[in-house]
Design a protein around this ligand. Structure first.
Ligand code: PMP
Length: 285
C-alpha cells in the first residue's frame, strides 16, 4: 500500500505517495503523540471540513502540541491534495504528530510537530450493513474516565483498545464493537457513535467520556429539526433489550443501521433508514 502512485500533502507540500515517510525514531510512534481527522469529500466539497480542521487543532492542543498550520491553511491543503489526485469523492485523513528530534524520551517539547494529509476512495464503512443492519459485538475494554485521558481529543492513544476490540469483534463475525464506559454506561463503537429509538423517540449516550462526533451532532440537529425528540442521557446496557431500532453515526460510517448487538436484535426500521437517507442528502446538498 505504501508503494503506489498518488500525492500526499506533507509539511506544506505535495509529495509522491511512496515518498511520504517518517523516521523510526518519530516520537509519536513510541509515545502516541499523534492526533488525526477522518473526513469525507462529496461532489468536491468536504462535509464540515472547517469543523474537522478546528477539531484537529483542538485535539493537538489537548496533547500539548500545536499544529503549525491555521485552519485556513489546512483547508487549502486538503483541497490541494484532492485536486492533485483528481478526486471529488474521497475519504480525507489529516494527521499531526510529534516528530523525531533532539528529545528521545517522554518529554519532547523540542521535537517539531509535523502534519500530513492523505486521501483514498472509501465506500460504505460497514459494507452491506447500510441495508441489512450491522452486527455488533460488545467490547471487553471500557471507554476511560476523562480524568484518565483527554477523551475529547481524536488522538491515536485512544484507539489502541479500538483496534483490539474491533479485531475481537471481527473474529466473531461482527462489524464492530460497542464500548461501555468506565462506569458501565453505553458509550460508542470503535469509530462511530450510537443511537437508539423507542416509540418514535431517540436516545443517545451523553458524550461525556468519548468523542462527540461531528456526525453525531449533525444527526441530533437534523432529528430535532424534524420534530423528533432526542434524549442525550446515560444509557444502561440493560436498556438495550427495550430499544426497537439502533444506528451508528460517523464520518466514515455515515448513518448505518444496526441489526444486532450481542444477543439483542433491532429492526432496520423507518427511523434508522430515514435518518440515513436524510444524512446522505445533507452531505451532498
Ligand atoms: N467515535 C470514534 C471513536 C471515532 O473514531 C469516530 C470517527 N471520527 C466517531 C466517534 C464519530 O466522529 P465523527 O462523526 O466526527 O466522524
Amino acid at each position: 500500500y505504501d508503494d503506489r502512485d498518488g500525492k500526499i500533502w506533507m509539511d506544506g507540500k505535495l509529495v509522491e505517495w511512496r515518498d511520504a515517510k517518517v523516521h523510526v525514531l518519530t516520537h509519536a510512534l513510541h509515545y502516541a503523540s499523534s492526533v488525526f481527522e477522518g473526513e469525507r469529500c462529496y461532489n468536491g466539497k468536504i462535509f464540515k471540513g472547517v469543523e474537522h480542521s478546528q477539531r484537529l487543532r483542538k485535539s493537538a492542543e489537548l496533547l500539548d502540541m500545536e499544529v503549525p498550520y491555521t485552519v485556513e491553511q489546512i483547508e487549502e491543503a486538503k483541497y490541494a491534495m484532492l485536486r492533485a489526485n483528481g478526486w471529488t469523492d474521497a475519504y480525507v485523513r489529516a494527521v499531526a504528530w510529534r516528530a523525531s528530534g533532539e528529545d528521545m524520551g517522554v518529554s519532547a517539547k523540542r521535537n517539531p510537530v509535523r502534519m500530513a494529509i492523505a486521501g483514498w476512495e472509501w465506500g460504505a464503512y460497514y459494507g452491506d450493513a447500510k441495508t441489512k443492519g450491522a452486527k455488533i459485538d460488545i467490547a471487553k475494554w471500557k471507554r476511560p474516565s476523562p480524568e484518565t485521558i483527554p477523551v475529547a481529543a481524536k488522538a491515536a492513544g485512544l484507539y489502541m483498545i479500538c483496534t483490539m476490540s474491533k479485531h475481537a469483534a471481527e473474529a466473531k463475525g461482527c462489524s464492530d464493537a460497542l464500548f461501555m464506559d468506565w462506569r458501565g454506561y453505553v458509550a460508542e463503537c470503535t469509530g462511530a457513535n450510537i443511537f437508539f429509538a423507542k416509540d418514535g423517540e431517540v436516545h443517545t449516550p451523553l458524550a461525556d467520556c468519548f468523542l462527540d462526533g461531528i456526525t453525531r451532532r449533525t444527526v441530533i440537529a437534523m432529528l430535532r429539526e424534524k420534530g423528533v425528540t432526542v434524549h442525550e442521557r446515560r444509557i444502561l446496557p440493560e436498556e438495550l433489550e427495550g430499544f426497537q431500532q439502533c444506528w451508528l453515526t460517523g464520518t466514515a460510517a455515515e448513518v448505518t443501521p444496526v441489526g444486532q448487538i450481542a444477543d439483542y436484535n433491532f429492526e432496520v426500521g423507518a427511523l434508522a433508514l430515514d435518518t440515513a437517507a436524510s444524512y446522505e442528502k445533507l452531505v451532498r446538498a
